[in-house]
Design a protein around this ligand. Structure first.
Ligand code: ATP
Ligand code: MG
Length: 203
């Protein structure tokens, strides 16, 4: 029997992508024995309408630059090319259709986002198509994600990753304030940010 493909999906705004994202994806790859991790930059983010998000093409390219040297990482244009508001559930269901039942899908996310996801009205449909991998800080209380097991419950696996204190918000405000961002994100991404003068105005 052919081995089932195990695919990790790392969704995010990636405005900009940073080492927190990359470390979490690498850790998921190894801990959960994934065949590859697909980074999925959002198109029009559903949950970030409160601030101006950098155009999708820039965020897509920064993600490509950051992942280019890792043979187990790829970047998908699925959400970037889809017009309108993006919902994770729709993307995961579309991936389920594309890959068929023989592929196991894992949605990788930070612990902060898991609590959100569990309260979505569509989290039941998400449970049908994928398992959630939640990245937590070492020492974080993992019990918070314990789900009542049962049919239809979203499966949530947890993993500890270092580097969780890095965030895109902090990087954007550092760029705006001319503070250093070196060692928080790949140098080539930082160069792209400078070249395109991203985040110079505000956060
Ligand atoms: P922002 O500050 O704009 O919200 P962010 O740093 O949280 O940006 P996102 O693009 O929102 O980055 O996050 C994409 C995914 O990566 C989310 O699931 C988020 O929880 C997770 N994530 C963000 N930062 C880290 C980190 N340092 N370590 C592990 N996972 C992270
Ligand atoms: Mg975030």
């Amino acid at each position: 029997m052919r081995k089932r493909l195990r695919l990790g999906i790392m969704g995010g705004t990636f405005d900009p992508v940073h080492y927190g994202h990359l470390v979490a994806a690498e850790e998921a790859l190894v801990q959960f024995n994934l065949d590859r991790v697909v980074f999925m930059p959002t198109g029009e983010p559903a949950r970030k309408s409160d601030r101006r998000v950098t155009p999708a093409e820039h965020r897509y390219l920064m993600t490509v630059i950051a992942t280019a040297s890792n043979p187990d990482f790829t970047v998908s244009r699925l959400e970037v090319d889809r017009p309108g508001v993006t919902y994770t559930v729709d993307t995961m269901m579309q991936l389920r259709t594309i890959h068929g039942p023989e592929t196991e899908l894992f949605f990788i996310t930070g612990a902060d986002a898991v609590l959100d996801i569990l309260t979505w009205k569509d989290s039941d449909s998400l449970a049908d198509v994928c398992t959630l991998i939640a990245a937590t800080r070492p020492g974080y209380d993992l019990c918070r994600f314990e789900q009542k097991p049962g049919p239809g419950a979203l499966r949530v696996e947890t993993m500890e990753v270092p580097a969780l204190a890095i965030s895109s918000t902090d990087i954007r405000s550092r760029v705006a304030a001319h503070k250093p961002v070196r060692y928080l994100l790949p140098e080539a991404v930082a160069a792209y940010v400078r070249k395109n003068r991203l985040y110079e105005g505000a956060v």
